[in-house]
Each structure stands twice: as C-alpha cells, then as structure tokens.
Design a protein around this ligand. Structure first.
Ligand code: TYD
Length: 225
C-alpha cells in the first residue's frame, strides 16, 4: 500500500500517496473574444471521452471566495495593483481547495485562465510591476505550474469586433471586455512573449479559423496527451 507523505513548500497541507500519479494541469488562455470558453466545454467532453477524470474550473473563481472576488474584479474599477493582489488571493484559495487536491488524486485539471492571465492583463495590459507579479507567483504557487497551456490567439481587432457584436446582441460586457483594442494588443503581445519563452508548455492556436478547424487541432492535442 502507498505510504502517505506530506507535500512540500506551500502545499505542505496536501497529503499525497507516494505512488499516486499526479494529474495533468492544463490551462486555457487568450484575449477576450478569442472563443476560449466555447472550446473549453468541448475539451472537457473530449478528455472525459478518453476516460480521464476531469475537474473543470476557472479563474478568477473556482471557490466561494474566488467567485465573490470575481464579481468585484469584473465589475468594480480599482487600482491595477489591487487587481493583481486580488487575482492572486483568489488563486491561492483555488489552489488549496481545488487544484492541488485534484492533481494529487490524479485528476486532470482544466482551468480557464491562470497566472499567465495576470502576466498578460495586469502586467502587459495595465503595466503592473513584474517584480510584484513574480513575487506573488512565487508565494502563491511555487512548484505548481501548468503542464500544458493552450493559447487561443486572435488579433485585438478581431476580438474587439466579436465583443462589439456580442454587445449588440444584448450581452452585457464586463470591465475587461470594455477595454479598447490597444489594451488587447498589449495583452496579446504579453501572451505571445510568454508562449515564445516557454515553447514546451504552450500550444498557440490560431483562433481566427472556423470552429471545426480549431477543434481538429484540439483533438490532435488531446490525443497526444
Ligand atoms: P473570462 O475568462 O473571459 O470569462 P468569460 O468567458 O466568462 O467572459 O473572464 C475573466 C476576465 O478576467 C478576463 O477578462 C481576463 C480577466 N483576468 C485578469 O485580468 N487577470 C487574471 O489573472 C485572470 C485570471 C483573469
């Protein structure tokens, strides 16, 4: 029988079994309007169809505290560094309550946004200090990083058009979705730089293409997991 051992570092409270196979941590990223949420639902089904036990979750959110913080973050204007601090507070709860326990059980975690979003939105989009983000990242999840990140990439102008169409169809846009195209240009640029710096973790998916083509790419990625 497996011997229980205590996790190290910030996850010392997590008890894992010595021979339990750690689950796969997959994150989805992209600027607003890239179609990420539509693809997320399809991916969950595709992973489950392959027999994986999947925990689908999102950031900010995923816990009671995280969802309450999400309401504030997506609706209330606030200082940009406060935004980063609250994103990481939500993330800490999410890791402790949901992500780490699921990975320790061997589940696949599919998380709609994670720390790359803070680097892209707060760092790239709003100019929050890289030192602050790096410090928070180290404190909140040193040693627990995504194994695979799917970056749904569209130019900012395409994203702006899609969001404007949604607004015209009656969907209320949140604080970030109301940002101008040049904000999304900076966010996209930050995402692409991160993808270039870590090519083994990132898959950049051209999300301008028709749904079926994007899905074919995703099916290929899922089958290679
Ligand atoms: P999003 O993931 O786009 O959800 P939905 O598909 O329901 O609109 O919304 C989350 C927003 O939060 C998105 O605009 C990006 C923003 N965000 C940050 O600015 N920083 C972060 O660290 C995270 C996780 C999200």
């Amino acid at each position: 029988m497996a011997t229980p051992v205590a996790g190290k570092g910030p996850f010392a409270r997590t008890i894992v079994t010595a021979n339990a196979q750690r689950g796969c941590f997959i994150t989805l990223e992209g600027i607003d309007g890239a179609g990420k949420s539509t693809h997320a639902a399809w991916l969950v089904d595709a992973l489950r169809a392959r027999g994986r036990s999947v925990v689908a979750t999102r950031e900010p959110g995923g816990t009671t505290i995280g969802e309450a913080l999400r309401e504030l973050l997506l609706r209330q204007p606030m200082a940009h560094d406060s935004e980063a601090l609250l994103m990481f507070a939500a993330r800490r709860e999410h890791l402790l309550q949901v992500i780490e326990p699921a990975l320790a059980r061997g589940d696949t975690v599919l998380c709609d946004r994670f720390t790359d979003a803070t680097w892209a939105y707060q760092g790239g989009g709003h100019g929050v200090s890289k030192t602050l983000i790096a410090d928070l990242e180290r404190h909140v999840h040193a040693g627990c990083n995504p194994d695979l990140t799917l970056l749904f990439d569209v130019p900012a102008a395409v994203s702006r058009q899609r969001l404007d169409r949604m607004r015209a169809e009656g969907r209320a846009l949140d604080k970030f979705e109301q940002e101008a195209a040049n904000f999304f240009d900076r966010v996209r640029d930050a995402y692409l730089k991160r993808a270039a710096a870590e090519p083994s973790r990132f898959r950049v998916i051209d999300a301008r293409r028709p749904l079926a083509e994007v899905r074919a790419d995703l099916a290929h990625i899922v089958s290679g997991l």
